[in-house]
Design a protein around this ligand. Structure first.
Ligand SMILES: [Zn+2]
Length: 371
């Protein structure tokens, strides 16, 4: 196989493309994905000499931004209603995938103050096209974000790429990562930039093995079966999940964007949770959400204690439960208050959303759920 000729052809093709307009960069990035790993460095090189550099595998940085990984001016603005609106449009290449994208982004919106709105005339927006990469933070103007079937369209993968656009780096690139993982450099593929460490803002929140922003143990391994990342001290801790945002992923978005949200994710097969301060009385004006998301099967929820201020139509304090991952999902249990009987519910799928709300009046001890 004439490898030299192939390289020359490839370089020529890249050069030709680089002279074209920015809209064509999408094709370029696609090319990067299709390249064998040991040739990918070439593409990074050519690309870095033009308009952008590929950083950490799937993050694109603008020229000159390489070390500016601390996102200062790259956050999406917050409007007066406290919501952070991110205008998006989705390439017409996508059809059935639109539903998956909408579902993954809806989960972000449900749990944080970030809202994804259909772009109309906004100058700064995210254009979703084929690929598997994103820019870091808001870059201004139209910014592409790549997603595709077979590897980059899981709920967590969609959220991963969008999290980059919101201003998040990879979890294993955090400044404190050496206390939590060991990078096995001898097994890392040639383009070692994927495993760099940056002087990151960690928002005062702990390192999260369960983050959708964490690489998997075998990602970018040059040797089948040999890990590139090993958690320490316990190497068996799972990393690299793409089921969906972790509880800390949600906390980080809410902290970075100063959202006034009380939301939690319960990703385990079983577990329990309770209203704030339980068994002491819950606070006034408390509004919290719990998203239960299990890998498979149907969510089953059983309350073992329930005591909320009783009001007509439960308009004061209530628990409301949705059959899905958002407040737009069908209602499983409409506003419920008082002292019981204890609700027991089954979702039709693997997600269930529990909303708790109290007004500024009487409070009671709240609830505790057990599964
Ligand atoms: Zn990434």
């Amino acid at each position: 196989f004439p490898i030299k000729l192939f390289l020359r052809k490839l370089t020529a093709a890249l050069r030709t493309q680089l002279q074209s307009t920015e809209d064509d960069l999408g094709n370029l990035k696609m090319l990067y994905l299709l390249l064998p790993a040991n040739l990918a460095f070439l593409y990074s090189f050519v690309l870095s000499r033009s308009v952008q550099v590929v950083y950490e595998g799937d993050i694109l940085l603008r020229r000159g931004q390489r070390s500016a990984i601390n996102c200062e001016n790259c956050l999406w603005p917050k409007s007066r209603d406290g919501l952070v609106k991110v205008p998006i449009n989705i390439s017409s290449d996508f059809f059935t995938e639109r539903l998956w994208i909408a579902d993954a982004l809806q989960e972000v919106s449900t749990l944080t103050c970030v809202r994804f709105v259909n772009r109309t005339t906004e100058a700064d927006y995210v254009h979703i096209e084929r690929g598997c990469w994103s820019y870091f933070g808001k870059i201004g103007g139209r910014q592409a974000l790549g997603l595709m079937k077979n590897g980059c369209m899981d709920k967590g993968a969609i959220q991963h790429e969008m999290n980059h656009a919101l201003g998040f780096i990879h979890e294993q690139a955090r400044s404190d990562r050496d206390s939590f993982v060991k990078i096995m450099w001898e097994h890392v593929m040639a383009e070692q930039g994927n495993f760099g460490k940056v002087n990151s803002r960690n928002l005062g929140l702990p390192y999260d093995y369960a983050s959708v922003m964490h690489y998997g143990a075998f990602d970018f391994s040059s040797t089948p079966g040999e890990p590139t990342i090993v958690p320490i001290p316990d190497p068996s801790v799972p990393i690299g999940q793409r089921e969906g945002l972790s509880n800390l992923d949600v906390a980080k978005i809410n902290k970075l964007y100063k959202c006034n949200c009380c939301s939690f994710v319960l990703p385990k097969h079983e577990g329990s949770f309770s209203s704030v301060n339980y068994p002491s009385p819950y606070p006034n004006n408390s509004h919290c959400l719990w998203l239960i998301r299990i890998p498979q099967n149907k969510v089953f929820l059983q309350f073992e204690a329930f005591d909320l201020q009783l009001s007509s139509d439960c308009s004061s304090d209530y628990v409301k439960i949705y059959n899905g991952n958002s407040k737009n999902s069908p209602v499983l249990l409409d506003k419920y208050c008082g002292k019981g009987p204890l609700p027991s519910l089954v979702a039709s799928g693997s997600t269930m959303l529990i909303e708790f709300s109290s007004d500024d009046n009487v409070t009671a001890t709240g609830f505790r759920r057990f599964k």
